[in-house]
Design a protein around this ligand. Structure first.
Ligand code: IMP
Length: 505
């Protein structure tokens, strides 16, 4: 039986674990595993508390949004870093830190980049205002997590954002906040004050403490609250970029991706993306390293299915538009479980919408950040080939165990285009054309019909399998097809949430 050590040579010093789909592929399990068995330093470099990493330690489930998922191993002297490309909402981070301290973790080895971007309540307000008005006012609803991610990054590229280091310099911080609020108040003029109050009343925004009837945002409260957070975070704020550069090539460094390739601002299914570059180059830059420092890149995909939260085209979705509409609402879990246990939704339902519900229930596919049902679909090779244009082909396949018992497994090998002529640089794509590689533009993808190859599934429960040769033949045939079609190197297969439920190929 191969072990993880068979994947890594002694020369490898930096490993990156990213996702090649729309996120939620179970990175936490692998980051945690590699952190525990190999890494000295673990660093996050992109995204913010829009991410949710679930880690199981001693049968206890932990969900983190900002802390690197390896934080639970801090007793082993491993250093955990939140890098400069990350956006930080101090409330979330302080809550996570306090919770872990209460559980007896020391957090002595946590470092937060002084260049990480600071999310303010105003960013969350702007995010939620935009989303709640989109649709009503013709804007584009993205289905964001409502964590203020885009407004924080926008503020940064607009050259008036704040960074963690500002929290350590009170005068600079106050000056920047005052300037920020002057700008925000102008941009919020004309918005319904009642709606603003409602949004700010949310517990994520500390139940209305930032609202001001006269000034929209209460400047004094914002400053005093953030200075309180500054005190709590001060011991962790460091020049992590310089530290990581000094360690590159010497210590074992694990870079932990957030979200996924198809959500990348640069390569994802635009505009239904997040605002950071979730690929390896983005991740490396987000911790102050060069992409060339990365010796091994592991990209995760779900085994033979995909999931997506939020809006946007998803060609292989089980149940198409009906599923998209259904998954907009959180709080579906109990009803879906009932549909599943009563047998109305079954993994072999002829209605793909119901089949999607059954797979969602078995795979526990509900957002760890928003609780929304994740839209479920078959594995889409055109999108994977697109991801492979800019990423390595070493794959970790997760959640294969949830498809046991599905009689027919479909894999989308190409699209048939159904829309009006679409120009892609010098190429002209017209109705009826068959494409093997996706174009990451939502305007194009919405008109793509998936073409499927259908494989017989497998009956066996594979959650106890530890050796590749013991996987059912039908499953291995699909893995071979994946390799033939995309050049993927299937390196690791996950057959359950626990660390030991892993097969190294
Ligand atoms: P934002 O990152 O909150 O701005 O959301 C932009 C898009 O990315 C939305 O479709 C979100 O549902 C999606 N998204 C953001 N973070 C995650 C994640 O960790 N997993 C899956 N989808 C995410």
């Amino acid at each position: 039986m191969k072990t993880f050590n068979d994947l890594i040579t002694p020369e490898m010093k930096t490993i990156a674990v990213v996702c090649n789909q729309w996120g939620d592929t179970g990175k936490g399990k692998f980051v945690d595993y590699i952190a525990q068995h190999w890494a000295d330093i673990i660093a996050r470099g992109t995204g913010g508390d829009n991410a949710g990493h679930t880690v199981i330690l001693n049968d206890q489930e932990h969900i983190f949004h900002l802390l690197p998922s390896s934080i639970l191993h801090d007793k082993d002297g491993k250093i955990n870093i939140i890098g400069s490309g990350v956006v930080i909402y101090p409330k979330t981070l302080c809550d996570e830190i306090k919770l872990l301290l209460k559980k007896g973790f020391s957090l002595n080895n946590l470092q937060i980049s002084l260049r990480a971007k600071l999310t303010l309540p105003t960013h969350i307000l702007q995010d939620r205002l935009k989303e709640s008005l989109a649709g009503k006012e013709g804007g584009e609803k993205i289905g964001t997590t409502g964590k203020g991610i885009t407004p924080t990054y926008l503020n940064h590229v607009g050259r008036s954002g704040l960074i963690m280091n500002d929290l350590l310099n009170t005068n600079i911080f106050i000056e920047k906040i005052k300037k920020h609020l002057r700008e925000v108040r102008v941009s919020l003029k004309g918005y319904d004050l009642q709606l603003i109050r409602e949004i700010l009343n949310h517990d994520h925004l500390e139940n209305g403490i930032y609202f001001s009837e006269t000034d929209i945002i209460n400047e004094d409260t914002l400053i005093s609250q953030y200075l309180k957070y500054a005190k709590e975070l001060d011991p962790f704020i460091r020049d992590t970029d310089s530290f990581l550069r000094s360690m590159a090539g010497k210590k074992n460094i694990l870079l932990e991706g957030a979200q996924g390739h198809l959500l990348s601002i640069d390569y994802g299914t635009y505009p239904y993306v997040t605002s950071s570059d979730c690929t390896v180059p983005g991740l490396a830059k987000g911790v102050g390293l060069k992409e060339s420092c990365v010796d091994l890149e592991l990209g995760i995909i779900k085994g033979f299915c995909m999931s997506k939260v939020g809006e946007g085209p998803f060609p292989t979705e089980h149940g198409g538009k009906k599923s998209e509409e259904w998954c907009r609402k959180s709080g579906r879990k109990a009803l879906e479980r009932q549909l599943f246990s009563s047998g109305r939704a079954d993994i072999n339902s002829p209605d793909p919408f119901l089949q999607g519900i059954a797979i969602r229930v078995i795979g526990e596919e509900y957002g760890s950040t928003t609780g929304r049902p994740r839209r479920i679909g078959w594995l889409d090779l055109p999108l994977l080939r697109h991801a492979f244009k800019t990423s390595h082909k070493n794959l970790i396949l997760t959640k294969l165990d949830i498809l046991s018992g599905v009689k027919k497994i479909k894999v989308c090998y190409a699209y048939r285009y159904k829309g009006v002529i679409y120009r892609f640089g010098e190429k002209r794509i017209q109705k009826g054309d068959v494409l093997r590689t996706a174009i990451s533009d939502a305007n194009f993808l919405k008109d793509c019909e998936p073409l499927f190859k259908v494989f017989p599934g497998w009956e066996e429960d594979i959650s106890g399998v530890r050796d590749y040769q013991n996987l059912p033949l039908n499953l291995r045939k699909i893995l071979d097809y994946l390799t033939e079609e995309t050049g993927a190197k299937n390196k690791v297969i996950s057959v359950g949430p626990k660390p030991e439920q892993t097969i190294i190929v």
